[in-house]
Design a protein around this ligand. Structure first.
Ligand SMILES: [Zn+2]
Length: 116
């Protein structure tokens, strides 16, 4: 019973290890791909990126370690041409030094041509 990878550092709960080793090759690949998707969803900041008041998100592109967001946004005056842009931002998840929670850090990269 238990794990087959006794000589490795991989620490999988016994129940999951047993269930995984009972799978055929195809199902095992499905399980790997499922686990990778789960992991990516946890590390990707996309789910936290939301339009602010008066903003219009044009596109969200996942990159390795960061996310590129193109959006239009209003100016301080709220003029007739609002929202302006689109503007390109690089968004990274950083740990807040205050409470240790992950927060989004937006870096302004510049204006982009409309229509992407
Ligand atoms: Zn404006």
């Amino acid at each position: 019973m238990g794990r087959k990878n006794a000589d490795s550092d991989i620490d999988v709960p016994d129940q999951i290890a047993d269930e995984l080793s009972a799978l055929d090759d195809g199902s095992l690949r499905e399980a790997i791909s499922y686990a990778q998707t789960l992991l990516e969803e946890r590390t990707e900041p996309t789910t936290q990126i939301e339009e602010g008041p008066g903003e219009e998100i044009i596109s969200i592109k996942e990159q390795d370690g960061y996310t590129l967001v193109t959006k239009k946004q209003p100016c301080a005056e709220g003029c007739d041409n609002c929202p302006h842009g689109p503007y390109l931002y690089r968004v990274r998840v950083e740990q807040s030094p205050v409470d240790g929670k992950p927060k989004l850090h937006w870096s302004f990269l510049g204006r982009v041509e409309a229509g992407d």
